[in-house]
Structures are given as structure tokens and as C-alpha cells.
Design a binder for this molecule. Structure first.
Ligand code: FE2
Ligand code: FE2
Length: 284
């Protein structure tokens, strides 16, 4: 059995993708760009967004309050600071560089996260939730525990993926049986180690079992529902034969009928496809 803290320790020095950071620099330099354009650009990169939020919330910036989304960070810190923050964050490259040569496709995982994030935002708007931007950001980061597992325990992780060919139980159950924790718990621990706000840690931790949260957390329900719908529409993390179960209570709590859910999912898939952001440069 492994301990979450040991995996976090091993994942802490891993490299990141600077592509979006450089685009943020360019976009922020254009006179016609608004703070929301800068935020939208930065939000396309999950690890960089996480790093920028971590930096924005660190003692170094001495913020009087927590910054909960990239949108907020750009408004509060200003475009200039966000630019430099992005550059700082990009100097610790993480996703595509790190996964090069590994058995997990960065492109598939990226597409899964970006589409889930887009759908989470649509669900939030549909439900008139005020924090649609936050739902987008958390959703973008929800499976980073999977990346960390691949980077630190690739062979062991592949064996558990193999097990899923014969054992049809939900994959997070198999992860917990074999590692002592699942990718959601690891992702939450990683989010904590990056000083991300508590809402991020909670939603990431419970994204496969939102009903385990005491009381009601709409944000986590949204992240879960978006994740499941995106998988059901064929955009998975890229792990063959792996299944995850729907938390039907979370679906019921949102109270959106299946036809509308499917329509929103299709709209999200379409939006991502049209944006071209799902194509991921291996060379970045
Ligand atoms: Fe997940
Ligand atoms: Fe997922």
C-alpha cells in the first residue's frame, strides 16, 4: 500500500506545459483584450491554472482574501501580475512534457477535462449558479490525481487498469483496493499542497461519490454529473476498459431531466470541438 503523501512528494518536482502561459502573455498585451479574455486563455491549461491560483493565494502576494477562480485572479491581481504569474507557473512545466513516453495520452485526458469543464459551466448556467467560472476551473482539474499516479506509479497503475478488464466494478474502488486511495483523493491532496481553495479540494476529492459529502454540495454534484455525461458521450480519460458509476442521487439533486442533460452535453462537446482547444500539441 502507498501513502498519498509519498506520491505527492514524488509528484512535486514534475515539469508543466508553458504553451498557454505564453498565449496569456500575448493576449494580455493586446490592447483590445479584456480581463475575461485573459482568464479564458489561462483557464485552458489545468496545471497552469492550478499553479497560478496557488501562487495568487500564496503568502507571497499577501492577498487579503482567497482568490477562487482565474477570472477573479485576473480582476484582483490585474493583467500584468497575472502575466508574470503565468510565466512563473510555466517555468515548472507539468502535463504534456511530463506524460511524454507514458502510457496515458495527454490529448485524451486534456479533452476529457476541458469538455467536462465546459459542461460544468453550462450546467451551472442552466441552474443559475453564481460560480460557473469556479465550476469550470475545478472540473478542469478534477482528474489531476490520475496524472500524478501515472507520473509516479506508472507500472503499478497499469496493472490496476489491466485488472479492470476482468473486474467491472467502478475504477475508483479498484484504485482504493490496490493503492489504499483513489485518484480523486490524490488529486485533492495535490490541490491542498498547491494551496487551492477548500471548495476545490472537496469537489475533487468527492467527484466520483458526491453523496458521501455530509449535507449538500451543488458544485460537487455538478462536477460529477458533467464528468459522467462526458464519459458516456465517449470522451474518457483514455484508460481502456475502465468504468465509473453514476451517483444517481447527485443526478436527482440537480433535477435536470435526461433529455436536457444530453442536450447540454452535446452542446459542450460541440463547443470544445469548435474551439479547437481539444487538440493538444505534443511538442509544446
Ligand atoms: Fe475521476
Ligand atoms: Fe473524469
Amino acid at each position: 500500500m502507498w501513502e498519498v503523501k509519498d506520491v505527492i512528494k514524488r509528484a512535486s518536482d514534475l515539469p508543466s506545459m508553458p504553451d498557454v502561459a505564453f498565449e496569456v502573455i500575448r493576449v494580455a498585451d493586446q490592447a483590445e483584450s479584456s480581463a475575461s479574455t485573459v482568464a479564458a486563455t489561462l483557464s485552458r491549461d489545468p496545471s497552469l491554472s492550478a499553479r497560478v491560483l496557488r501562487l495568487a493565494n500564496s503568502a507571497f502576494y499577501g492577498m487579503a482574501r482567497d482568490v477562487h477562480s482565474i477570472q477573479e485572479a485576473v480582476v484582483v491581481l490585474g493583467m500584468r501580475t497575472t502575466k508574470s504569474l503565468s510565466l512563473v507557473a510555466a517555468s515548472f512545466p507539468w502535463l504534456n512534457v511530463a506524460l511524454k513516453g507514458k502510457g496515458l495520452s495527454p490529448k485524451q485526458l486534456w479533452s476529457h477535462c476541458l469538455t467536462s469543464a465546459t459542461l460544468s459551466k453550462k450546467l451551472s448556467h442552466h441552474l443559475s449558479c453564481a460560480d460557473a467560472e469556479q465550476a469550470f476551473c475545478i472540473s478542469l482539474l478534477h482528474d489531476m490525481g490520475t496524472v500524478a499516479l501515472y507520473l509516479t506509479l506508472e507500472d503499478e497503475y497499469k496493472s490496476v487498469v489491466e485488472l479492470a478488464h476482468f473486474d467491472q466494478r467502478a475504477f475508483d474502488v479498484l484504485e482504493r483496493e490496490n493503492f489504499g486511495f483513489d485518484h480523486a483523493e490524490l488529486g485533492a491532496a495535490l490541490a491542498e499542497s498547491w494551496n487551492l481553495p477548500k471548495s476545490y479540494c472537496q469537489s475533487i476529492r468527492y467527484h466520483h461519490r458526491p453523496s458521501d459529502i455530509e449535507g449538500y454540495d451543488r458544485l460537487t454534484d455538478i462536477i460529477h454529473v458533467a464528468d459522467m455525461l462526458v464519459r458516456e458521450n465517449g470522451i474518457s480519460e483514455g484508460l481502456a476498459s475502465v468504468t465509473f458509476g453514476r451517483d444517481e442521487q447527485a443526478f436527482a439533486r440537480l433535477g435536470i431531466d435526461e433529455d436536457m442533460l444530453q442536450a447540454l452535453a452535446e452542446a459542450a462537446l460541440q463547443e470544445v470541438k469548435e474551439s479547437g482547444f481539444d487538440t493538444f500539441s505534443e511538442a509544446a
